[in-house]
Ligand binder design. Structure first.
Ligand SMILES: *Cc1c(COP(=O)(O)O)cnc(C)c1O
Length: 422
């Protein structure tokens, strides 16, 4: 089976870099998220190389994994951040990120969030509707400042991905229909409280081919021509995030493959001077993390064999939410004496939707340790306390050292802020 580059077997035991996952599970308990610092650096470097010396700002789509230690690593590498809430802005600032490299996306920005972003002097708002534009202008007027804005346009392209993570089609809630964009830009251009700086799109997630990006880019470049005729000049073009990763046998396009084609298109249209902004989330962290979980009970039945593990849909919701496939590895695969069976790997939560993987052929005994691979993106950030389950601890491995970057939640903290009636 495929194992991510920084997660390899040594002497029959799966490791994160030089740390044995058996040892980490023994010391820190399960379920446990384990990230590799090296994998994060490798992913960052793949974007660095793709820049080919040109002006490209990588704004990490931080909703994929927003642990402060991960944000600090990326900030130290020079990353900007794509945020979708005031909470994420607070995290960027707490992690030492540079607000001037922050772009703020999302369809429902509230007043307090817009105020906080203006106070922090972010790079720009990626505005998703005309009414949001007017709201931002009003708040900027109240604060006697000027808001930098870019319109997130909806280019109506099919990213060939799961409907829940496709965002660039006409019937999605995201962005301003590309036909309407010239009028909204014209409105913005007249407004003294708004400064137009760019154009933006984000067409979906886990996109493995380049063609949807190039379709969207073509439409954005046409829009830029139209705007130029209206006397509106932009300084950046933001192509969003969405590059896919390998979960099983995908061969996703690399940042270099994508940017090589994007630069060609920009050059052909005489737009080489535009700064390019990207918002990668999954491709930065997805294969930098695994979720460790221990088998509590094996439950064979006539119809199915269940391996009931101590991680659940509250820890990793992607399988049940998106029908997502994660590779499952035995951390210490059994060599003999145990028959491999097809198992559904399920959690203890009282929902039939509580499954992590289905129909996996594994030789298992109770108490065995499993690694759910490619869990670095949209894993912990989507975790909840459903069934009053404490959220897992998070570990960032650096060579032979394992750092706890978030301890396991303790039970008391789960209801400590709740109040009884007087
Ligand atoms: C989620 C999101 C991203 C990151 O997407 P990935 O598929 O994880 O790369 C980038 N931009 C916006 C606006 C998003 O909503």
């Amino acid at each position: 089976m495929t194992v991510a580059p920084n997660f390899q077997f040594h002497n029959g035991v799966l490791h994160a870099e030089q740390c044995s996952l058996e040892d980490l599970a023994k010391e820190h308990g399960t379920p446990l998220y384990v990230y590799s610092r090296k994998a994060l650096k490798d992913a960052w470097d793949s974007y660095e190389q793709a820049k080919q010396g040109r002006d490209v700002l990588v704004c990490y789509g931080m909703k994929a994994n927003s642990n402060l230690a991960i944000l600090r690593e990326l900030a130290n590498h020079g990353a900007g951040f794509d945020i979708v809430s005031g909470g994420e802005l607070a995290r960027v600032i707490a992690a030492g990120g540079d607000p001037r490299k922050v772009v703020f996306s999302g369809v429902g920005k509230q007043r307090w969030e817009i105020e906080a972003a203006l106070d922090a002097q972010i790079k720009c708002f990626n505005v998703e509707s005309k009414n949001e534009l007017l709201h931002i202008a009003q708040i900027a007027a109240d604060k006697k400042c000027v808001a930098p804005i870019s319109l997130r346009v909806n280019p109506d392209v099919d990213a060939h991905t799961h409907p829940y993570i496709s965002t660039g089609l006409k019937d999605n809630k995201f962005g301003i229909a590309i036909e309407d964009a010239p009028d909204v830009y014209a409105l913005a251009a007249q407004h003294p409280q708004l400064n137009i700086v760019g154009v933006d799109c984000h067409i979906g997630s886990q996109i493995t081919e380049i063609s949807p990006y190039l379709d969207a880019l073509d439409k954005l470049l046409n829009l830029i021509d139209t705007l130029a005729k209206q006397g509106i000049q932009l300084s950046h073009l933001d192509l969003g995030g969405g590059l896919g990763i390998r979960y099983t046998d995908e061969t996703p396009a690399t940042p270099t493959m994508l940017l090589t084609e994007v630069f060609k298109a920009l050059d052909a249209r005489g737009l080489a001077h535009l700064q390019l902004v990207l918002e990668p989330g999954r491709s930065m962290v997805g294969n930098a993390g695994v979720l460790l979980t221990r088998v509590e009970y094996l439950k064979p039945s006539e119809a199915k064999n269940f391996a009931i593990v101590d991680a659940a849909m509250n820890d990793l919701i992607r399988p049940t939410l998106y029908d997502a496939w994660h590779d499952v590895e035995a951390v210490s695969p059994r060599q003999s004496g145990t028959t491999a069976l097809e198992y559904d790997i399920v959690g203890p939560i009282c929902e039939s939707g509580d499954w992590l993987a289905r129909g996996r052929k594994l030789a298992l005994e109770q108490n065995d340790l499993l690694a759910i691979m490619s869990a670095g993106a949209y894993g912990f950030t989507m975790a909840s306390n459903y069934n009053t389950r404490p959220r897992a601890a998070e570990i960032l491995v650096d060579g032979t050292t394992a750092h706890v970057v978030r301890p396991r939640e303790d039970l008391h903290s789960l209801f400590a802020s709740e109040r009884l009636l007087p």
